[in-house]
Design a protein around this ligand. Sequence first.
Ligand SMILES: Nc1nc2c(ncn2[C@@H]2O[C@H](COP(=O)(O)OP(=O)(O)OP(=O)(O)O)[C@@H](O)[C@H]2O)c(=O)[nH]1
Ligand SMILES: [Mg+2]
Length: 212
Amino acid sequence: MNKGVWDIVRAQFVTSAVKAEQYPSPQMIEAAFIGRSNVGKSSLINSLCRRNGLARVSATPGKTQTINYYLLNAKRNVEGGADTAQFYLVDLPGYGFAKTGKSNKDLWSGFISKYLSGSDNLALVCQLIDIRHKPMESDIECYHWLLGCGLNVQIILTKADKLSKNAAMAQKALFKRELGLDDSRIITYSVTQNTMRSELINRIMTALENHR
Ligand SMILES: Nc1nc2c(ncn2[C@@H]2O[C@H](COP(=O)(O)OP(=O)(O)OP(=O)(O)O)[C@@H](O)[C@H]2O)c(=O)[nH]1
Ligand SMILES: [Mg+2]
């Protein structure tokens, strides 16, 4: 049967959580977004959902401080009708940023690592890395930690519009080597250009479909 590509047709904020008792019900399959503060996690969620202002974006690192759940409806055309699917997109606080008072490191050793290591519904973790940077210790460490949890990880190099096409390709090759990735595990993205939006949505949907 001929199947079309998935698109996101509806998105709404559901709830914020800092502990398991606050996770939303009903439970549903999930894809989570993680990465250093300011890398563009919330912006990417808005881009995928085509809803500016759905997730709060800020030029100041440390904007997102809780686990934020968004309920997404996806749709694709199939012969004679349409397939639909529902899942949670989960926006997480960034790592690698210490604010006065409660250190961001504490959050990571606490509720965020509990969320990542304890969810049977978590089909995919999208780890975002700023394409302009060299591979950083914290990113490499995070990536291996996620793999160690048995999680399915997709690397997204963000803010691709900040580099020339050639420089962006060179950075992608560097990250592929450094993390040992094939092309199916890494994608470059820009919220101002949006050219990879459909590709990324379909990678997420494939991961959700393959998760038992
Ligand atoms: N040029 C450009 N800027 C971007 C892109 N994505 C995000 N930004 C900018 O990067 C800044 C941080 O974006 P956020 O989406 O708030 O980043 P975040 O990872 O959610 O940050 P925290 O919640 O603080 O961890 C904002 O000023 C965005 O406008 C992109 O693809 N291109
Ligand atoms: Mg954010």
